[in-house]
Ligand binder design. Structure first.
Ligand code: SAM
Length: 213
């Protein structure tokens, strides 16, 4: 029988073996208990490196993917960050350890509300979950230093690009949901937008409009 400390060590070791080298990201991943964002029978599998089902037919991403996306985003302590696709709230909670302020937008009211409850339970006061169609971004809080999208679009949504501050970075999966998607890093430079392809990934699609639940 392995105890919590041993399980956490194995979890961090698995992240390192997948290429997560940024110690700030590893520390954030160590601090945020993924088990708090997973319910029912799946809670016992929270420290395995796999996606797990959550409410509304959605998923909490694989921890190594959360860590690698966070690493690619290169968040600095003064940054204001937008996440699109709250899901369980786990990714936003990890970002809250690295940024000044995090806003996360989710099209399912139920998921946004449940994530907000976990943020409050964990005393994460710099992260807020908002119900909305995140493909429009969050104009009332723009511009953002960093934007992370956790659902795949065919192309980077225009409103999100427009809400990225100069020097800002956006990381998002791009491609059709049933085919190969790629994780893309977009940097807004003084001369325009710079695109870098990072790795193949698989995410649920970015869907327009609000969810029914
Ligand atoms: N980041 C999440 C986490 O840490 O648990 C996992 C995200 S899950 C892979 C993708 C989420 O994006 C789903 O909860 C889905 O409902 C949401 N989503 C899809 N399209 C959206 C949109 N247009 N606006 C906001 N959320 C959206």
């Amino acid at each position: 029988m392995i105890d919590d400390a041993e399980r956490k060590m194995q979890f961090l070791f698995a992240l390192r073996s997948k290429g997560v080298t940024d110690t700030r990201v590893l520390t954030a991943m160590e601090r945020i208990d993924r088990g708090a964002f997973v319910r029912g029978v799946f809670a016992s599998r929270a420290y395995e490196d796999m996606p797990l089902p959550i409410a509304c037919g959605q998923t909490i991403s694989q921890p190594s993917v959360v860590a690698l996306m966070t690493q690619a985003l290169d968040v600095r302590p003064r940054d204001k960050v937008l996440e699109v696709g709250t899901g369980s709230g786990y990714q936003a909670a990890v970002l809250s350890q690295l940024a000044r302020r995090v806003y996360t937008v989710e099209r399912y009211r139920r998921l946004a509300q449940e994530a907000q409850q976990v943020f409050e339970r964990l005393d994460l006061s710099n992260v807020t979950a908002i119900v909305g169609d995140g493909s429009h971004g969050l104009p009332e809080q723009a511009p953002f230093d960093r934007i992370l999208v956790t659902a795949a679009a065919e192309d980077p949504p225009g409103p999100l690009l427009a809400q990225l501050r100069e020097g800002g970075i956006m990381v998002l999966p791009v491609g059709q949901s049933d085919t190969v998607q790629h994780l893309i890093k977009v940097t807004r430079t003084p001369d325009g937008l710079d695109y870098e392809e990072l790795r193949p990934v698989r995410f649920v699609p970015l869907v327009e409009g609000l969810g029914k639940e």
